[in-house]
Design a protein around this ligand. Structure first.
Ligand code: GLC
Ligand code: GLC
Length: 830
């Protein structure tokens, strides 16, 4: 069914297929799932520093330490049948009735089910025959372990004798070889058991200095560590033989596939409640402290950690610590708009997703295997802007890590590995937008914190000791990388690709076995230029100039400004197609994204960046371009990337035309770039249009079409299928996407208009004219600002009056006070 109705409200009112699988509990900052059969596993992330877990609403998922590829603790089966196989599972044998509190894997019908995904924790509760089993999963702060507190309650009037089996399956550490090198893996597995703790020590005897463990805080009836025995060779996760028989067999795994399962007997009187605390943890030992005695691993650290959480009371305290940690993080920016959907996105979920993308870049989700991609250079810089106000110190460290993977000519590794922080050779370099993002990341950090000292940090090139220069120098080489790589029209050469990984203009590929992104077989003499990088260069080039002026480097500022002015002229002369900005020139120097083209006449990226840069604003170019975007790229689910979609393979364009029409970079709604158009709209003052675009892709507003949308209604997805797709409106690739930070940046800084600058907060909203106003509380550089924006004249943009603590101001820049006090700010539009 293809809807053509343009107006979002009308569309949703007419859309009868309202289908929800849960609801938002804003007070607790949770999404509550009430039906386990969500249209796709709806997941959450535990941990936010070193130890991480992914957990679905049926307890699927896996854990790892720092790096989802190199330090995988537990195994997960991607793209399996049934979906979402592998996790931390509990089986309850209630005198023959076997069930799982998360419904899966047993799928025994439950009397009730509820999953609550909160800020870095998840609870899953199931009820069957008078027994309630609720598990709280979280990684306590500063802890290398996932805690699982299982609370069992007997609601019935009879005594309950339950046999509980826990289950996790160990991965052989390297998640990639774990899935392919079976000839070795089936022989290496080793475990050790002491008391109620099962240790996984595969490869510990040689080069590894780490092991994992799974513990429970009560004596066990028995355990199992051999998978084949536990399940029976021909059974699935839903009917482990040991569970069905109700008896552990105390197997010790030697090779094959080691697992960890405890068996615990629990007797519950009517009304009685009991807690069990399980821990899945990770330990590293120094080379000389690896062993207790021959073949017996040193368990000191594991025991210490287990002891910290060995009672329900200790767990509850740690959990309260996590909750207040998040209270604090989320108190930096809070909105009261009167629209509960908007408030829950701004105050809770969008900020939370920004923390997650900051931690994981594009590495580990239910769409990213954790094996393929590390931390992206451009991605991590962009992720940072949605996170920097939460924990600036971590953003600072990240900027240094990213910059350390740059080369002296300003080029940089496209990705680096989180464990080693070293650039990834397989993907290499050559994405010519990459360097400019470092300027964005760094200036955003300084505007948030005022910490100019970061510019003087000594940062190496390519992580090579002895090559250190200042971070400021890294910004200079970033800027110069564009200046030194211009094409025949004076526009930036695209290299392997710009932001759009799939516009590979120097790759002519006939071979399905080669990667579009690493194959650059036609760069010699290439005329391929990018208007996206051109706009990007103008926007962050100006940020660079502003920074140079700040630190008194006027010479560099004026020389940089000349390059920017020249670029603006080049864009106006060679980048304007009449009704919109061109997208690129190809290898041969032919236009891409022009009305002359048969397909792909218009693209979103260049129109976003050139309007964000305000290029030709006075002459009306921005308005024209944005009108064209609305006319040709907007649809009921968002703004598609290009139009018309490519219907055949254009060898000179690369990967983009390899996708079927309407998906991904070929005319999908690539949510990451929709905010660029929203910001462009705010630049020309069209608050209503910016807001409508915002709302169209905003997950909380899509909750009622969850059956169509498919992915979690509490987080953004990378892509929603566009108007040319088979199923418009269906989302994919949730969680790890630059969409999170770009939407947060756009709503908070451009629509609500609270912008950190070097000298204070600028308040410059651009809102729908029928909004009466809103309130924002912003903690900033040591003070708290209670900002109330009023819109008595019913306009979209323009500040008439600013009053701070009763005193009228001459500008809309609220000066810094840094005195730890609270300030009342009234801003009147007009
Ligand atoms: C993916 C990549 C990002 C890229 C985008 C567009 O999200 O992570 O780096 O810019 O796709 O191709
Ligand atoms: C593919 C995807 C793109 C992603 C890239 C990462 O090209 O279409 O979105 O950024 O792979 O390698």
């Amino acid at each position: 069914m293809k809807e053509t109705i343009k107006d979002f409200d009308v569309y949703h009112k007419n859309n009868k297929q309202i289908m929800k699988f849960g609801y938002f509990d804003d007070k607790n900052r949770e999404y509550v799932i009430t039906n386990p059969q969500t249209p796709w596993p709806w997941i959450n992330y535990l941990g936010n520093e070193d130890f991480f877990s992914l957990i679905s609403n049926t307890a699927g998922g896996y854990s790892f330490y720092k790096d989802a590829k190199f330090r995988r603790l537990t195994r997960y089966r991607y793209n399996n049948v049934p979906m979402d196989s592998g996790g931390r599972y509990f089986y309850i044998n209630d005198e023959g009735t076997i069930w799982s509190p998360g419904w899966k894997p047993c799928k025994t019908p439950l009397d009730s089910y509820e999953c609550r995904h909160g800020m870095n924790y998840t609870t899953i509760q199931g009820e069957k025959n008078g027994v309630i089993a609720k598990t709280l999963f979280f990684v306590p702060l500063k802890t290398w372990a996932e805690v699982q507190k299982l609370t069992l309650t007997n609601k019935s009037s009879a005594v309950k004798k339950l046999t509980i089996f826990s289950f996790v399956e160990w991965a052989m550490w390297n998640a990639a070889t774990d899935m392919e090198n079976f000839q070795r893996n089936f022989s290496t597995g080793e475990v050790e058991i002491e008391g109620s703790v099962i240790y996984h020590k595969t490869e510990y005897r040689e080069r590894r200095n780490h092991y994992a463990y799974y513990s429970v805080n009560v004596p066990v009836k028995g355990f199992d560590t051999d998978r084949e025995t536990f399940f029976g060779l021909y059974n699935g996760f839903d009917e482990p033989q040991v569970v069905t028989e109700g008896k552990p067999t105390n197997t010790i795994a030697h090779g094959w596939s080691p697992i960890a399962s405890h068996c615990i007997e629990v007797e519950l009187q009517p009304g009685e409640e009991k807690n069990l605390v399980f821990m899945l943890g990770y330990v590293e030992n120094a080379g000389d402290k690896k062993w207790e005695s021959k073949d017996i691993i040193n368990k000191t650290k594991a025991k210490k950690c287990i002891e910290l959480f060995d009672t329900a009371a200790k767990v509850d305290i740690a959990f309260a610590g996590l909750r207040s940690y998040w209270d604090n993080l989320l108190s930096v920016y809070t909105l009261d708009s009167g629209d509960e959907k908007l408030d829950r996105m701004v105050n809770i979920w969008n900020q939370y997703q920004c923390m997650i993308t900051f931690c994981f870049s594009r590495s580990a989700s239910y769409f990213e295997s954790g094996i393929g991609r590390g931390m992206g250079f451009r991605d991590s810089n962009q992720d940072l802007i949605g996170f920097v106000h939460q924990i600036p110190e971590r953003a600072r460290e990240r900027i240094i890590d990213i910059a350390s993977t740059q080369f002296p000519d300003g080029g940089c590794y496209h990705q680096y590995q989180p464990l080693t922080k070293k650039g990834n050779n397989e993907i290499g370099q050559g994405f010519n937008d990459d360097p400019m993002w470092l300027i964005f990341g760094t200036t955003s950090y300084i505007k948030e914190t005022g910490d100019f000292s970061i510019l003087n940090e000594a940062v190496p090139y390519d992580n090579k000791p002895g090559t250190e220069v200042t971070l400021f120098r890294h910004l200079t080489v970033s800027f110069n990388h564009v200046v030194n790589n211009l094409g025949p029209h004076g526009l930036p050469l695209i290299g392997r690709a710009d932001w759009n990984d799939c516009l590979n203009l120097n790759c002519f590929s006939y071979d399905p076995n080669e990667s579009f992104q690493t194959t650059e077989n036609k760069s010699e003499g290439s005329k391929a230029e990018s208007l996206m990088i051109a706009g990007l260069f103008v926007v962050y080039g100006r940020a660079y100039v502003e920074l140079c002026l700040r630190i008194g480097n006027t010479k560099e500022a004026s020389s940089a400004q000349k390059h920017i002015d020249t670029m603006i002229e080049a864009i106006k002369t060679h980048g304007w197609d009449g009704e919109w900005f061109l997208r690129a020139y190809d290898y041969f120097g032919n236009k891409i994204g022009s009305n002359e083209n048969e397909e792909g006449k218009i693209f979103i990226e260049s129109n976003g960046w050139c309007t964000m840069a305000g290029i030709g604003k006075e002459e009306g170019l921005c308005e024209k371009a944005l009108n064209s975007v609305k006319e040709r790229l907007e649809c009921e689910h968002g703004i598609v990337l290009n139009n018309p979609a490519f219907t055949k393979y254009y060898i000179e364009y690369g990967e983009i035309s390899s996708y079927p029409p309407g998906y991904k970079e070929n005319a999908g709604i690539f949510c990451h770039n929709n905010p660029w158009i929203m910001i462009g709209e705010t630049i020309i003052g069209r608050g209503r249009q910016a807001w409508e675009y915002y709302r169209k892709i905003c997950p909380a507003y899509l909750e009622e079409v969850s059956d169509l949308h498919k992915t979690e209604p509490y987080v953004y997805s990378q892509m929603i299928a566009g108007k040319d797709a088979f199923k418009p409106g269906e989302a994919k690739n949730s969680w790890l996407t630059g969409t999170a930070s770009w939407n947060f940046y756009t709503i908070t800084q451009f629509i609500l208009g609270v912008q950190p600058e070097y000298d204070g907060l600028r308040i410059d909203p651009c809102i729908p004219d029928d909004w009466k106003g809103f309130k924002v509380t912003r903690k900033y550089r040591g003070a708290t600002y209670h900002i109330e924006v009023q819109n008595p004249a019913g306009i979209s943009k323009g500040v008439k009056e600013v009053i701070v603590d009763g005193k009228p101001q001459t500008s809309n820049l609220i000066p810094l006070s840094g005195n730890g006090l609270e300030h009342a700010v009234t801003v009147v539009l007009g």
